[in-house]
Design a protein around this ligand. Structure first.
Ligand SMILES: *[C@@H]1O[C@H](CO)[C@@H](O)[C@H](O)[C@H]1NC(C)=O
Ligand SMILES: *[C@@H]1O[C@H](CO)[C@@H](O)[C@H](O)[C@H]1NC(C)=O
Ligand SMILES: *[C@@H]1O[C@H](CO)[C@@H](O)[C@H](O)[C@H]1NC(C)=O
Ligand SMILES: *[C@@H]1O[C@H](CO)[C@@H](O)[C@H](O)[C@H]1NC(C)=O
Ligand SMILES: *[C@@H]1O[C@H](CO)[C@@H](O)[C@H](O)[C@H]1NC(C)=O
Ligand SMILES: *[C@@H]1O[C@H](CO)[C@@H](O)[C@H](O)[C@H]1NC(C)=O
Ligand SMILES: *[C@@H]1O[C@H](CO)[C@@H](O)[C@H](O)[C@H]1NC(C)=O
Ligand SMILES: *[C@@H]1O[C@H](CO)[C@@H](O)[C@H](O)[C@H]1NC(C)=O
Length: 777
C-alpha cells in the first residue's frame, strides 16, 4: 500500500514535471504555422516548401473565407486554427536596437534587454557604411533570437526611417541619417541588407529566407510632425516634381532597388492633394513597378482611418478601404480595415480580388521569413539563441558606433583631450547628465547595461561633483549660483546640455533652434567663473544654434553626442581623455536661430531669390550657418590631395539626343537619353591621397563633393558624391578610390522631374583640394 502511494506520487510528480516542461517549451517556442504534428493542416500545398512561394500564397488565400481574409488585413493578424496558421504581429520596431515600441516585442520574459545602438543621427555621422551594415546585422540577429525565444511576435521591423532631415526642427530628425539624399540612400541599403541577412555587397539572399524584414518609411515626404497648426495627419505637402526627383525619392529608390527591402510604409500626410496610402502612382506604379518592390506595403499607424476622419479625403469609411487597397497598400496598421472591409465589399467599393492581391503579398512575406515551413527552430536562423542578445560583440559594436559618431565641434588651442593625470577633480553639470534613458533617443528598447554620462566620467575621475543646473531640460529655472560654486571647485567642468524627448520627438517639432530656457545663460555664467575653459557636451538629435558658445573663449571644447546609445558614456569619456580620437562629421547643417522664420510647411528645397526664401540643406540653402554639413574636427590634422583622376572631360556631344536649356542658361542632357551603356562607360576613377599630419592615430571619413562652377538656384551648391573611412596612424598616409558615376553623381532634376546633366565646368572637392572636370553635351 505504502509503496503504491509512493509510486503514485512519483507518477504524479513525473506528470507534473512533464507538463511543466511542455508548458515551458510552449512558452519559449511560439506556435508556428504548418506544424507537422498536425498531419491534416501541414499537408496543405501552402506548407510545401518545395513549391514556389507565389503558388503557396495563392493556395493559402484560396482557402480563406471572406471573414478570415478581412481579419488578416491589419497588423494584429489572428490565428486560423482550422488551417494550422498561427497568429502574426506585423508591428515590431528596431530602429537602433530591438525596440520596446510596437506591438510585437515582449521584454517581460527571460530576455529583459537588447543592445541599444546610438540613435541614427549619430550613427550616420560615422559616414561608415560597413559599420551601419554590421549594426543592422546585429539588430536582425537579436530580433531573430527574440523571436526564437518567444519574445517577438513578428519579424517585420518597421525601420529604417529614410526621410531626409529637411528641416532642423523636425522632432524625428534624430531617427534619420541626415539631410543628404545620397547618404540616406546608402544608409538605407546598408541597414536593409543587415537586417534582412543579406551580404554587405548584396545578392546573398537570392533564394534564401530573410533573417528579418526591413521597411523603408515614411513614403513619402513626411518630415513634419506637428508644427504650428500643421500636423502630419492632415498636412498636404506641396512638393515640386523637381524636389521629389532629386531630394525626396532617392533614398526610397535605393532602399527598394539596391537594398531589396521587403517593405515600404506609406506616410500619413498628403502629397499634392493625395494621401500617400491612397496614391496608386506612388505605391504601385513607382514602388512596385519602376523600383520592383518585392514585399508588402503597410500604412503608418491609423493612416487609413485618418484618410476618412481627419483628411476627409474619403467620404465614407469604406472609401478609405477602397482607396488604399486599390492604391496597392497591403496591411493597415490599426483597425480600420478590420472594421470596414466587409461593408466595403457589400457596398461594392472593393472587390474580393483587391483583398486577395494584398493577402498574396502578406502571406508571401511570412513565407519568405520561413514561417510556413514547420518548426522554425529546425530551419535557417533557428539556431540564433538568446546568448547573442547583449553579447560582448554587440555591445562593443554599440560602443564603436558611439565613439566614431561623436563630433568634435570646437577645440580651441587643442584644449582637448584632457590629461587624466592632471585632472584631479571634475564638475559635471546638466539636468540629464545622470540619466541613462536619455542616451537612447526614441524608438528605444532596454539597454543591456545602464550607464549615465556622469557615471562614465566618475569612473575616470572619482572626485567628480554633480549638479543638474536646470530643473528640467527645458530649463525654465536654473540654479546658477550653486552650479557656479561646484564649477569653481573643480579642475575641469563638463556641461551636458541640449535636448531630450520632451523637446524633440514624434509628434513634436521644435519652434526654436536655440538651447531651451536658461541653458545658454547657465553655460555662459559657468564658463565665465570657471578657472579653466569648460567643455560643452551637446546631447540632441536635431541641430541647435550654439553660436554663443562657438564664440566664447571660455568654452574650450564642444562635443556633439547625438543620443549616443548604451555605449555613450564610455565613448564620451574616452574622447574627453584622449583614449579615442574623434572622427565623426555632421550629417546635417546647423542653422542659426533665424532659420525658424522659414515656414516649416514650405517644402521647396531650392532657394527663391524673389522672396528671400533661403532653400534647405547644404545642397541648396544660401544663408549663414552655425556648422556646415560634413564638419567635424579631430585631435590630429589630415591633409588631402587628388592623386589621380581617370578623366577630366565627360563627352556627351556625339549622342544624337535632344538637349534643352529649360530656363537655365546652360544646356543639359537627360540621363534617360544617355542610356545605361554610355553612363557606365563614363565612370571616373578618383584616387585621393590622405595623410594624418598629427600625432594621434585616427579613423577618418573622407568626403568627396562635387560643385558646379556656375552657381544657380536650380543647381545644388555642392553635393556629396562619395565617402570612405580610412584608419591612419600618426604620420601615415594612404590612398582611397572613389568611382564617380556621372549619371548618378552629376545629375539634378529638371522642373518636370527628369534627371539631367548640365554642361559646363565642375569641381571635385575634398578638404581644400579641388579638381576640375568639364562636361560637354
Ligand atoms: C508578457 O506580456 C504578454 C503581453 O502582455 C503576456 O501575454 C505574457 O503572458 C507576458 N509574459 C510573461 C512571462 O509575463
Ligand atoms: C493656429 O491655431 C491657433 C490655436 O488653435 C489659432 O488661434 C490660430 O488662428 C491658427 N493659425 C492659423 C494660421 O491657422
Ligand atoms: C546617479 O544616478 C545613479 C543611478 O540612478 C544614482 O545611484 C546616483 O546616486 C546618481 N548620482 C548622483 C551624483 O546623483
Ligand atoms: C535600465 O533603465 C531602465 C529604465 O529606467 C530600466 O527599465 C531597466 O530595467 C534598466 N536596465 C538595467 C539592466 O538595469
Ligand atoms: C518643462 O518640463 C517639465 C518636465 O518635462 C514640464 O513638466 C513643464 O511643463 C515644462 N515647462 C514648460 C514651460 O514647457
Ligand atoms: C591643425 O592645423 C591647424 C591649421 O594649420 C592648426 O591651427 C591646428 O592646431 C592643427 N591641429 C592639430 C590637432 O594638429
Ligand atoms: C526631340 O524633340 C522633338 C521635339 O520635341 C521630338 O519630336 C523628338 O522625338 C525628340 N527626340 C528624342 C530623341 O527624344
Ligand atoms: C522654369 O520653368 C518652369 C516650366 O518650364 C517654370 O514652371 C518655372 O517657374 C521656371 N523657373 C524659373 C526659376 O524661372
Amino acid at each position: 500500500m505504502g509503496n503504491q502511494i509512493t509510486y503514485n506520487k512519483v507518477i504524479i510528480t513525473f506528470i507534473f514535471f512533464i507538463s511543466l516542461l511542455v508548458l515551458h517549451t510552449e512558452s519559449i517556442r511560439p506556435p508556428f504555422s504548418c506544424d507537422s504534428s498536425n498531419k491534416v493542416t501541414s499537408s496543405f500545398p501552402f506548407c510545401n516548401a518545395a513549391l514556389p512561394i507565389s503558388q503557396r500564397a495563392n493556395d493559402v488565400v484560396s482557402r480563406l473565407t471572406v471573414d478570415e481574409k478581412v481579419l488578416q488585413l491589419v497588423n494584429g493578424a489572428p490565428e486560423i486554427p482550422r488551417l494550422g496558421i498561427s497568429a502574426y504581429e506585423w508591428w515590431s520596431e528596431g530602429l537602433h536596437g530591438v525596440s520596446r515600441h510596437g506591438k510585437g516585442t515582449l521584454f517581460n520574459g527571460t530576455i529583459k534587454a537588447a543592445t541599444q545602438f546610438p540613435q541614427i543621427i549619430l550613427t550616420a555621422s560615422t559616414f561608415d557604411e560597413d559599420l551601419w551594415y554590421r549594426i543592422a546585422l546585429a539588430i536582425g540577429r537579436e530580433a531573430r533570437a527574440m523571436y526564437n525565444a518567444g519574445q517577438l511576435k513578428g519579424l517585420t521591423l518597421w525601420a529604417p526611417n529614410i526621410n531626409i532631415l529637411r528641416d532642423p526642427r523636425w522632432g524625428r530628425g534624430q531617427e534619420t541619417a541626415g539631410e543628404d539624399p545620397m547618404m540616406v540612400g546608402k544608409y538605407a541599403v546598408a541597414y536593409v541588407r543587415g537586417i534582412q541577412g543579406d551580404s554587405f555587397e548584396g545578392g546573398k539572399l537570392q533564394d534564401g529566407h530573410l533573417q528579418a524584414s526591413a521597411c523603408c518609411k515614411h513614403f513619402i515626404s513626411q518630415d513634419l510632425d506637428n508644427w504650428n497648426n500643421f500636423s502630419r495627419y492632415t498636412f498636404d505637402a506641396h512638393v515640386l516634381k523637381q524636389d521629389l526627383a532629386d531630394s525626396f525619392e532617392p533614398p526610397f529608390k535605393s532602399c527598394v532597388e539596391q537594398g531589396k527591402a521587403s517593405s515600404v510604409m506609406c506616410a500619413y500626410n498628403l502629397v499634392n492633394g493625395i494621401p500617400n496610402c491612397a496614391n496608386f502612382d506612388l505605391l504601385t506604379t513607382i514602388a512596385r513597378g519602376q523600383w520592383g518592390l518585392q514585399g508588402y506595403i503597410v500604412s503608418d499607424c491609423d493612416a487609413v482611418d485618418k484618410i476618412y476622419t481627419a483628411q476627409h479625403y474619403a467620404k465614407e469609411p469604406e472609401d478609405a478601404v477602397a482607396a488604399t487597397l486599390k492604391a496597392g497598400m497591403d496591411v493597415n496598421c490599426g483597425s480600420h480595415l478590420k472594421t470596414y472591409t466587409k461593408s466595403a465589399l457589400e457596398k461594392k467599393k472593393v472587390q474580393e480580388s483587391d483583398i486577395d492581391r494584398a493577402l498574396h503579398n502578406l502571406f508571401s512575406m511570412r513565407m519568405r521569413l520561413g514561417l510556413f515551413n514547420g518548426d522554425p527552430s529546425k530551419l535557417e536562423y533557428g539556431d540564433i539563441s538568446a546568448a547573442e542578445i547583449c553579447s560582448q560583440e554587440h555591445r562593443a559594436l554599440a560602443l564603436e558606433a558611439a565613439r566614431n559618431g561623436i563630433v568634435l565641434l570646437k577645440n580651441s588651442d587643442r584644449f582637448l583631450p584632457l590629461s587624466k593625470m592632471n585632472t584631479k577633480s571634475l564638475a559635471v553639470i546638466g539636468p540629464k547628465a545622470n540619466d541613462s534613458e536619455v542616451l537612447l533617443g526614441n524608438y528605444e528598447g532596454y539597454s543591456c547595461k545602464n550607464v549615465t554620462l556622469l557615471q562614465g566620467l566618475q569612473g575616470y575621475v572619482p572626485n567628480t561633483m554633480y549638479h543638474p543646473g536646470c530643473n528640467f531640460i527645458n530649463c525654465t529655472s536654473a540654479a546658477i549660483n550653486e552650479a557656479v560654486d561646484i564649477a569653481k571647485k573643480a579642475d575641469y567642468v563638463v556641461l551636458v546640455m541640449g535636448l531630450d524627448q520632451t523637446i524633440e520627438r514624434e509628434q513634436q517639432d521644435r519652434s526654436e533652434l536655440g538651447l531651451p530656457g536658461m541653458q545658454e545663460k547657465l553655460i555662459t555664467a559657468i564658463a565665465q567663473s570657471a578657472s579653466k575653459p569648460v567643455i560643452l557636451v551637446l546631447m540632441c538629435g536635431g541641430p541647435v544654434d550654439v553660436s554663443f558658445a562657438k564664440d566664447n573663449q571660455k568654452i574650450g571644447g564642444i562635443l556633439w553626442v547625438g543620443y549616443p546609445g548604451e555605449g555613450g558614456a564610455a565613448a564620451l569619456t574616452e574622447i574627453i581623455f584622449g583614449e579615442h580620437n574623434p572622427g565623426g562629421k555632421l550629417p546635417v547643417t546647423w542653422y542659426p536661430k533665424e532659420f525658424s522664420k522659414v515656414p516649416m510647411n514650405d517644402m521647396r528645397m531650392r532657394p527663391v531669390a524673389s522672396n528671400g526664401y533661403p532653400g534647405r540643406t547644404y545642397r541648396f540653402y544660401n544663408g549663414p550657418k552655425v556648422f556646415e554639413f560634413g564638419y567635424g574636427l579631430s585631435y590630429t590634422n589630415y591633409s588631402y590631395s587628388f592623386a589621380s583622376v581617370s578623366q577630366n572631360t565627360l563627352q556627351f556631344k556625339n549622342l544624337k539626343v535632344n538637349k534643352t536649356t529649360e530656363n537655365r542658361s546652360a544646356l543639359n542632357i537627360a540621363v534617360s537619353d544617355i542610356g545605361p551603356e554610355v553612363c557606365n562607360k563614363a565612370t571616373i576613377s578618383v584616387k585621393v591621397a590622405v595623410k594624418n599630419q598629427g600625432e594621434m592615430a585616427g579613423k577618418h571619413p573622407v568626403l568627396l563633393f562635387l560643385r558646379h562652377s556656375k552657381a544657380e538656384d536650380e543647381v545644388p551648391r555642392k553635393s556629396l558624391i562619395g565617402f570612405k573611412s580610412v584608419n591612419l596612424k600618426a604620420g601615415e598616409n594612404t590612398q582611397t578610390t572613389f568611382d564617380v558615376k556621372p549619371c548618378e553623381h552629376f545629375t539634378r532634376a529638371n522642373t518636370d522631374g527628369s534627371l539631367v546633366i548640365d554642361e559646363g565646368k565642375y569641381l571635385l572637392l575634398v578638404g581644400n583640394g579641388e579638381y576640375p572636370v568639364t562636361v560637354v553635351v
